[in-house]
Design a protein around this ligand. Structure first.
Ligand SMILES: Cc1cc2nc3c(=O)[nH]c(=O)nc-3n(C[C@H](O)[C@H](O)[C@H](O)COP(=O)(O)OP(=O)(O)OC[C@H]3O[C@@H](n4cnc5c(N)ncnc54)[C@H](O)[C@@H]3O)c2cc1C
Length: 465
């Protein structure tokens, strides 16, 4: 059994983790009992029961991490948007978009390029919902699962659209997006995992997805850093990745450049109604009139809000916790592809960052980063990639996936004239942004709706207003 003393001693040479209550974030007060208890040390623990025995009481306790002298919090990580001068809410627009995440920004940008006068209203900061919490995988094949039939055509369409979308966005913003076309590799480390992987492969192949089965040896040739016991793999050559921390500022800049008015720290409180149709929004004491309002409020879409009481949008938050590791400058990248195991995904970004994600938890709107969540991520990532042992932990965060009953988004008519929906993108909002923007442009301008978007309506849940 490993005692607390041994764990504490091991820790001092590694990360220092202070367990705090999230509510006490403003005044940083380490809990004296837990100070010095380190995740890195715990991962050395040979006796897992001892680990949980001594750590279990901290499950659901929030964590903030001190790396050296610097404190990184989810808020800090998310405040990476381009600083801009405040903007007044216009009194009139063609389209108002409520919510400044990847979905709202993408629709706004595309509509503005077509000459529409667009306003985006964001209650906090641009991207501060789920969008900046995302890893940035564009994984239509890797994430395909049983029940995914309703979404797959739309997801593949969006995957195909991504490269052009990224090129146009780079041109529109003048920013580099770090669009990485190396592909995604799903790997198994045990015989049981290989059996699961094989059934996943058969399901993917049956759905006509671009996937290749690889032996353990072939996987190791592609990714030499993986644990030598790696058993088999599936290569998804078209599952690219992008970095949300570059993408969101670029979208913000391109949208502003195309004429979109972006109003931050302004919550939409109610709708202006005129003869039974939506005719604008009210935010605090300010009002903006427009014949069309698009709801892109992510996980908040299912909450009681500015929307008509009769409109029920079946969306719930599904918490995801992630961590960011910092690869030292002298170190070559640890990974050439996005790596998936049954428990975890790992995505190398430019600038030496490696994102490990993500937990999937029914935790309501509780934003805590928990010991249980972090332990699961650290253990699973080190198990696949032993070289992580000495890599520094830079940041931890959580976000709320906006999730519908069938994990597919809800696009188009709300049943209330003048009110459109683009919500419920679950774990695929980054992947689905180009196709969602195309579909909502079509809905907004009265054009033909792309075929693949048609099934993704609110009516499928029988809950239109
Ligand atoms: C840990 C994690 C990892 C993920 N990884 C990936 C990935 O690799 N690939 C992928 O494709 N997807 C991924 N996702 C999913 C993706 O992040 C989401 O699907 C996507 O960000 C949803 O975008 P959105 O614009 O709909 O919502 P959000 O980004 O949440 O934006 C909604 C915005 O609306 C604002 N808002 C709400 N109410 C109001 C109001 N009344 N007035 C004004 N503003 C309001 C909120 O403040 C918020 O900023 C991940 C999600 C998580 C949590």
């Amino acid at each position: 059994m490993c005692s607390r003393e041994i764990l504490d001693k091991r820790l001092r040479n590694r990360w220092t983790v202070f367990l705090t209550r999230l509510s006490a974030r403003k005044s940083f007060e380490p809990d004296p009992v837990s100070t010095g208890v380190g995740i890195g040390a715990f991962l050395d623990t040979c006796d897992r029961c001892a680990f949980f025995g001594s750590f279990g009481m901290y499950q659901n306790t929030s964590i903030e991490i001190l790396a050296g002298q610097r404190l990184f919090s989810p808020e800090e990580l998310r405040s990476t948007t381009v600083p801009v001068a405040g903007q007044d809410l216009p009194v009139r627009a063609d389209v108002i978009i409520v919510g400044g995440g990847i979905i709202g920004l993408s629709i706004a940008w595309r509509l503005a390029l077509l000459g529409q006068k667009v306003v985006v209203i964001e209650k906090a900061r641009i991207g501060s919902g789920a969008s900046l919490a995302a890893t940035g995988m564009l994984a239509a094949a890797a994430e395909y699962e049983a029940g995914g039939e309703i979404l797959i055509a739309f997801a593949l369409e969006s995957q195909r659209r991504w490269e052009t979308f990224a090129t146009e966005l780079e041109q529109g913003s003048g920013m580099d997006l770090d669009f990485d076309k190396s592909g995604t590799l799903l790997v198994s480390l045990t015989r049981d995992e290989t059996a699961h992987l094989r059934s996943r492969f058969e399901m993917q192949a049956k759905a006509g997805l671009s996937v290749q089965w690889l032996s353990g040896e072939a996987v190791r040739e592609l990714e030499g850093g993986l644990r030598p016991s790696v058993n088999a793999g599936i290569f998804c050559p078209l599952d690219f990745q992008i970095d949300p921390r570059l993408l969101i500022p670029a979208l913000e800049k391109a949208a502003r450049g195309a004429g979109v008015a972006i109003i931050e720290e302004a919550s939409v409180d109610s709708l202006v109604m005129q003869a039974g149709a939506v005719d604008g929004i009210i935010s605090g004491k300010r009002e903006c009139r427009a014949p069309l309002v698009i709801v892109t409020t992510g996980a908040d879409a299912g909450r009681r809000s500015f929307l008509p009481q009769s409109l029920k949008i079946p969306i719930r938050p599904l918490r995801g916790q992630s961590i960011c590791l910092r690869i030292p400058e002298r170190h070559p990248p640890l990974l050439q592809h996005v790596i998936w195991t049954e428990q975890v995904h790992m995505a190398q970004k430019s600038g030496g960052r490696l994102i490990v994600g993500a937990t999937v938890e029914e935790a309501g709107f509780n934003p805590d980063v928990t010991v249980g969540g972090l332990f699961a991520l650290l253990e699973a990532s080190r198990r696949a990639l032993p070289a992580l042992e000495d890599i520094a932990l830079e940041a931890v965060w959580s976000g709320f996936r906006p999730t519908s009953q069938d994990d597919a988004p809800i696009l188009g008519a709300s049943g209330v004239p003048g009110l459109l929906l683009a919500v419920g993108h679950h774990r695929n909002g980054i992947l689905l942004a180009p196709s969602t923007a195309d579909a909502l442009v079509a809905y907004a301008l009265g054009q033909d709706i792309p075929h693949s978007a048609e099934p993704l309506n609110l009516q499928r849940f029988g809950s239109a207003s």
